[in-house]
Design a protein around this ligand. Structure first.
Ligand code: PMV
Length: 311
């Protein structure tokens, strides 16, 4: 049996980092950016290829279960969940999602691989189970993941996510357009999450007050999404960027990209994801999108993608 399965990337609209500490955050899937698993039945032991991820091909062995390698760990967890000991076949992972840039590459690759293994084994892997497995692997990527990445890429729906709470769907009343600008600087989420944790240990009152202000912005943004107030939503995104700067997870290049987007007419802009590199997200109106895109490119973005929500 041959076939292809996939999972989308994601972008965080507001609330990253604070979400690790129990505050809410808003995220959207990026259906046009996908991690794909091509699977093919063979008689050989399961072999996984992931050249796009600079990963050498490897063949499944049951003693690999404790590996710290995310692809091997995802394979082991999925097989254990499905109750399969000796899988056969091959899976080729391809991904259009830039690595270490805040767009959920790790979670999407894990989700695509889990779906590929289930398909190869003709087994059912429900999204609720996949979400739990991908979260386990996210621990290798993030250290202390909130769960927002796996929840957004697995269910592929805009979400207001809060640890320990049921997922709340996000339904904007009108279409919103975003630009995602890649700073070209890879940055490990694990490191920025660790830096915020350090700040929380050293200055708990300051860090918690920033988390609370971020959370207030997320709650207000949800109301603006519902009322379709794009200007105010943009202002909340820009304020969120300032809070993330104060948490120490921005960079001069990310700040320059945010300023360029705002000066060119974006309604709001902020870093998106772990920060220190990776992407910024700008809220734009159709009339300003092209000027904002040009400004982002002039300010150093190596790539600018369009994304939308609702409508
Ligand atoms: O994977 P990234 O870089 O999009 O970051 C995810 C968002 C964080 O809040 C920084 C971490 C987390 O697990 O929520």
């Amino acid at each position: 049996m041959n076939g292809t399965v996939s999972a989308s990337g994601k972008a965080i609209l507001l609330g990253e980092h604070a979400v690790v500490y129990g505050r809410p955050a808003l995220a959207i899937p990026l259906p046009q950016l996908r991690a794909v698993a091509d699977f093919r039945q063979t008689r050989q032991a399961l072999t996984v290829y992931a050249a796009d991820l600079s990963h050498r091909p490897w063949q499944w062995k049951s003693d690999a279960a404790a590996s710290p390698d995310p692809l091997v760990r995802m394979t082991a967890l999925t097989l254990a969940h499905l109750g399969i000991c000796a899988p056969t076949g091959e899976i080729k992972i391809r991904s259009a999602i830039p690595i270490a840039s805040g767009l959920g590459s790790g979670a999407a690759v894990s989700a695509a691989l889990g779906r590929g293994i289930a398909a190869l084994c003709r087994a059912t892997l429900a999204n609720d189970a996949l979400n739990v497995l991908v979260y386990e692997v996210e621990k290798l990527h993030h250290g202390r993941p909130s769960g927002i990445d796996n929840a957004t890429v697995v269910y592929e729906q805009p979400v207001c996510f809060q640890r320990g709470q049921p997922r709340r769907a996000v339904k904007p009343t009108r279409r919103l357009d975003f630009l995602l600008a890649d700073s070209g600087v890879p940055a490990l989420t694990r490191e920025s999450v660790a830096a915020v944790h350090q700040l929380l240990r050293k200055e708990p009152a300051r860090a918690n007050s920033l988390f609370d202000r971020i959370a207030d912005g997320v709650v207000a943004a949800q109301a603006r999404l519902a009322s379709g107030d794009e200007r105010r939503l943009g202002e909340l995104m820009t304020a969120n960027h300032e809070h993330l700067r104060e948490l120490g997870v921005s960079s001069p290049l990310l700040d320059a990209l945010v300023s360029a987007a705002l000066q060119a007419g974006a309604s709001g802009a902020k870093l998106s994801g772990g920060g220190r590199g990776g992407h910024i997200i700008a809220l734009v109106e159709p009339a300003t999108a092209s000027a904002v895109k040009k400004a982002l490119q002039s300010a150093g973005a190596i790539r600018v993608l369009a994304a939308s929500l609702g409508g």
